[in-house]
Design a protein around this ligand. Structure first.
Ligand code: ZN
Length: 132
Protein backbone atom coordinates (compact mmCIF):
# COMPACT_ATOMS: atom_id res chain seq x y z
CA UNK A 1 0.00 0.00 0.00
CA UNK A 2 1.35 3.44 -0.88
CA UNK A 3 1.98 6.13 1.72
CA UNK A 4 -0.80 8.27 0.29
CA UNK A 5 -3.37 5.51 0.57
CA UNK A 6 -2.35 4.94 4.20
CA UNK A 7 -2.79 8.64 4.90
CA UNK A 8 -6.16 8.59 3.15
CA UNK A 9 -7.21 5.57 5.21
CA UNK A 10 -6.29 7.31 8.48
CA UNK A 11 -8.25 10.41 7.51
CA UNK A 12 -11.33 8.39 6.53
CA UNK A 13 -11.25 6.55 9.86
CA UNK A 14 -11.08 9.85 11.77
CA UNK A 15 -13.98 11.30 9.75
CA UNK A 16 -16.02 8.14 10.30
CA UNK A 17 -15.60 8.22 14.05
CA UNK A 18 -16.40 11.94 14.27
CA UNK A 19 -19.17 11.89 11.65
CA UNK A 20 -17.90 15.21 10.34
CA UNK A 21 -14.93 16.71 8.51
CA UNK A 22 -12.53 19.29 9.94
CA UNK A 23 -10.81 21.92 7.80
CA UNK A 24 -7.46 20.15 8.26
CA UNK A 25 -8.88 16.84 7.09
CA UNK A 26 -10.43 18.59 4.13
CA UNK A 27 -7.05 20.05 3.12
CA UNK A 28 -5.43 16.62 3.35
CA UNK A 29 -8.19 15.08 1.23
CA UNK A 30 -7.84 17.90 -1.24
CA UNK A 31 -4.10 17.36 -1.44
CA UNK A 32 -4.60 13.64 -2.06
CA UNK A 33 -7.54 13.76 -4.43
CA UNK A 34 -7.45 17.23 -6.00
CA UNK A 35 -10.31 18.07 -8.33
CA UNK A 36 -11.95 14.71 -7.75
CA UNK A 37 -12.73 15.77 -4.19
CA UNK A 38 -14.79 18.72 -5.45
CA UNK A 39 -16.58 16.47 -7.90
CA UNK A 40 -17.25 13.91 -5.18
CA UNK A 41 -18.56 16.58 -2.81
CA UNK A 42 -20.96 17.76 -5.49
CA UNK A 43 -22.25 14.21 -5.92
CA UNK A 44 -22.74 13.83 -2.15
CA UNK A 45 -24.54 17.19 -2.00
CA UNK A 46 -26.96 16.01 -4.70
CA UNK A 47 -27.68 12.98 -2.49
CA UNK A 48 -26.23 10.92 -5.31
CA UNK A 49 -24.84 8.06 -3.24
CA UNK A 50 -26.98 5.06 -2.51
CA UNK A 51 -25.81 2.10 -0.45
CA UNK A 52 -27.49 -1.11 -1.49
CA UNK A 53 -27.48 -3.47 1.48
CA UNK A 54 -28.25 -7.16 1.08
CA UNK A 55 -30.17 -8.85 3.83
CA UNK A 56 -29.55 -10.85 5.91
CA UNK A 57 -25.81 -10.82 5.05
CA UNK A 58 -25.33 -7.06 5.41
CA UNK A 59 -23.06 -7.07 2.34
CA UNK A 60 -23.25 -3.86 0.43
CA UNK A 61 -22.36 -2.07 -2.77
CA UNK A 62 -22.63 1.61 -3.64
CA UNK A 63 -24.59 3.03 -6.51
CA UNK A 64 -23.31 6.48 -7.38
CA UNK A 65 -24.69 8.93 -9.90
CA UNK A 66 -22.42 10.56 -12.45
CA UNK A 67 -21.65 14.19 -11.88
CA UNK A 68 -22.90 15.68 -15.11
CA UNK A 69 -25.96 13.74 -16.14
CA UNK A 70 -28.17 12.27 -13.47
CA UNK A 71 -29.00 9.31 -15.66
CA UNK A 72 -25.57 7.82 -15.36
CA UNK A 73 -25.12 5.55 -12.40
CA UNK A 74 -22.13 3.46 -11.47
CA UNK A 75 -21.84 0.55 -9.13
CA UNK A 76 -18.75 0.72 -7.02
CA UNK A 77 -16.93 -0.51 -3.96
CA UNK A 78 -15.42 2.45 -2.13
CA UNK A 79 -12.04 0.76 -1.75
CA UNK A 80 -11.55 -1.56 -4.69
CA UNK A 81 -13.66 -1.06 -7.74
CA UNK A 82 -15.81 1.20 -9.84
CA UNK A 83 -17.56 0.37 -13.08
CA UNK A 84 -16.75 3.74 -14.67
CA UNK A 85 -14.30 4.40 -17.49
CA UNK A 86 -12.01 6.56 -15.38
CA UNK A 87 -11.45 3.71 -12.92
CA UNK A 88 -10.04 1.50 -15.66
CA UNK A 89 -8.18 4.22 -17.48
CA UNK A 90 -6.71 6.44 -14.74
CA UNK A 91 -6.44 3.99 -11.87
CA UNK A 92 -5.96 0.50 -13.20
CA UNK A 93 -4.05 1.29 -16.40
CA UNK A 94 -2.08 4.38 -15.53
CA UNK A 95 -1.98 4.15 -11.74
CA UNK A 96 -2.21 7.92 -11.51
CA UNK A 97 -4.92 8.24 -8.91
CA UNK A 98 -5.98 6.42 -5.77
CA UNK A 99 -9.60 6.19 -6.77
CA UNK A 100 -12.25 7.74 -9.01
CA UNK A 101 -14.76 10.41 -8.00
CA UNK A 102 -17.53 7.85 -7.52
CA UNK A 103 -15.47 5.83 -5.05
CA UNK A 104 -14.53 9.06 -3.33
CA UNK A 105 -18.17 10.16 -3.17
CA UNK A 106 -19.13 6.76 -1.75
CA UNK A 107 -16.43 6.94 0.91
CA UNK A 108 -17.31 10.51 1.81
CA UNK A 109 -21.04 9.84 2.04
CA UNK A 110 -20.51 6.66 4.06
CA UNK A 111 -18.15 8.43 6.48
CA UNK A 112 -20.59 11.28 6.97
CA UNK A 113 -23.67 9.07 7.11
CA UNK A 114 -24.99 10.85 4.04
CA UNK A 115 -25.96 7.95 1.83
CA UNK A 116 -29.41 6.72 1.08
CA UNK A 117 -29.76 3.12 2.22
CA UNK A 118 -31.63 0.70 0.05
CA UNK A 119 -32.25 -2.70 1.59
CA UNK A 120 -32.65 -5.63 -0.77
CA UNK A 121 -32.54 -9.40 -0.40
CA UNK A 122 -29.19 -11.15 -0.78
CA UNK A 123 -30.54 -12.73 -3.97
CA UNK A 124 -31.26 -9.33 -5.46
CA UNK A 125 -27.80 -8.13 -4.45
CA UNK A 126 -26.22 -11.19 -6.07
CA UNK A 127 -28.09 -10.35 -9.25
CA UNK A 128 -26.67 -6.81 -9.22
CA UNK A 129 -23.16 -8.15 -8.66
CA UNK A 130 -23.49 -10.72 -11.44
CA UNK A 131 -24.11 -7.92 -13.93
CA UNK A 132 -20.96 -5.94 -13.13
ZN1 ZN B 1 -16.03 5.69 -10.91
Amino acid sequence: MSASSLVAEAVWKAIESAGSVTDDQLSILHFLFGKNLERATRIVDQRGVKMIVGEPSGRSIFQVVGESRRKEEYFCFAEHYCACYSFFYDIVNRGEQLCCKHQLAARLAASLGACIEDKVSDEQLALVLSKL
